[in-house]
Design a protein around this ligand. Structure first.
Ligand code: PLP
Length: 388
């Protein structure tokens, strides 16, 4: 059975060109970038080339990019780094209630160590109100962290507006752009951010590598201590093949992004339309227009999300109930609850995230298979029987 992969928000397949670009750095070009002889300098050159590509994609300067082990580390570094370096100015952080766990758990960690965190609400489409950000600011606020686009329901947040609020109040502004970099236009100056997190495996690069953009002049405490790599901002021998792969993935994204976004948006809208037409008691979660080109998130009444995912898997279709990180927990999504969905609807959520190799035939197959699965599950559903 040919599998249909529709979980690109969890991870993307590594592009064959990316694998090809990485391979020499496992074999012939294996040097340590800190070594001064030619093997080392070759590896160092490759890192700097990748850094330039990443910086160019988001309108940053090369020296403002710090390579990390992924999006989680970038989020941790941004938030803890600003918190610890600016403690003397204040201890208040503003974030939203729909952030990825990499941000939320970091904030909770800091709360236990004397920081004060405001978790802003969102409206029913998952949107943060920049006015709420403004109102939450106190004279102790040192950081605002609001994600660029949500990984579960795809809503794109008003980052440029929040950036203006942050800039006026002279407060550091971080955005988790793990779901947007390489998919839609991201420019650090247009967004007005000081810190921005990225992850290679969400844009057809390898897992275990990402980057944090740090605006020149920002004060951050590093949390990896050791050597002088990454201009002393992140010790440890660099993941050279990973960084090279990230650079290649960025290069490809740059060439293909606008065309791909258009193609995928078309397929996304076909899928949304088909699901709403063919299934009763289904609702689209997230913003109708300000959403990621790849994201479809629906709540299906009287059915458990996990049952739909497992039944789709039996048909060779990979989808998820929401975030890959929380898919092993049976708790409903904190994102959908924050948007005001009742528990039953949050439990019946299903996310499809489309990608580079998704075809119209695949979308048609989902539209053919899913209504049958839902009819079968509903026929057995105690949730539905209790309503009758
Ligand atoms: N932030 C967001 C919005 C994500 O979607 C993810 C991954 O799911 C992360 C952070 C974590 O990135 P990584 O897997 O590279 O640590």
């Amino acid at each position: 059975m040919r599998r249909i992969y529709l979980d690109h928000a969890a991870t993307t397949p590594t592009h064959p060109e990316v694998v090809k670009a990485m391979l020499p750095y496992f074999t012939d070009a294996f040097g340590n970038p800190s070594s001064i002889y030619s093997y080392g300098q070759e590896a160092k050159g490759a890192i700097e080339e990748a850094r330039k590509k990443v910086a160019d994609l988001i309108g940053a300067r090369d020296e403002e990019i710090v390579f990390t082990s992924g999006g989680t580390e970038a989020d941790n570094q941004a938030i803890k780094g600003v918190a610890y370096a600016n403690e003397s100015r204040g201890n208040h952080i503003i974030t939203s209630s729909i952030e990825h766990h990499a941000v939320l758990e970091t904030c909770k960690f800091l709360e236990k160590r004397g920081f004060d965190v405001t978790y802003l609400p969102v409206d029913e489409s998952g949107m943060v109100d920049p006015g709420d950000v403004q109102k939450a600011i106190t004279n102790k606020t040192i950081l605002i962290s609001v994600m660029h686009a949500n990984n579960e329901m795809g809503t794109i947040e008003p980052i440029a507006e929040i950036g203006r609020v942050a800039r006026k109040a002279e407060i550091y502004f971080h955005t988790d752009a793990v779901q947007t970099v390489g998919h839609i236009l991201v420019n650090v100056n247009e967004l007005g951010v000081d810190l921005l997190s990225m992850s290679a495996h969400k844009l057809y690069g390898p897992k275990g590598v990402g980057a944090l953009y740090v605006r020149k002049g920002s004060r951050l405490t590093p949390f990896m201590h050791g050597g002088e790599q990454e201009r002393r901002q992140r010790a440890s021998t660099e993941n050279v093949p990973g960084i090279v792969g990230f650079g290649k993935a960025v290069e490809l994204a740059r060439q293909e992004m606008s065309q791909e976004a258009e193609r995928i948006t078309y397929l996304r809208d076909q899928l949304i339309k088909g699901l709403l037409e063919r299934i009763d008691h289904v609702r689209l979660n997230g913003h109708h227009t300000k959403r990621l080109p790849s994201n479809v998130n629906v709540s299906v009444e009287y059915v458990e999300g996990e049952s739909m995912v497992l039944n789709l898997d039996l048909e060779g279709i990979c989808a998820s109930t929401g975030s890959a990180c929380s898919s092993s927990s049976l708790e409903p999504s904190h994102v959908l609850l924050a948007m005001g969905l009742p528990h039953e609807l949050a439990h019946g959520s299903l996310r499809f995230s489309l990608g580079k190799w998704t075809t119209e035939e695949e979308i048609k197959r989902v539209l053919d298979v899913l209504p049958r699965i839902i009819a079968k599950l509903r026929a057995m559903s105690p949730l539905l029987k209790s309503r009758k």
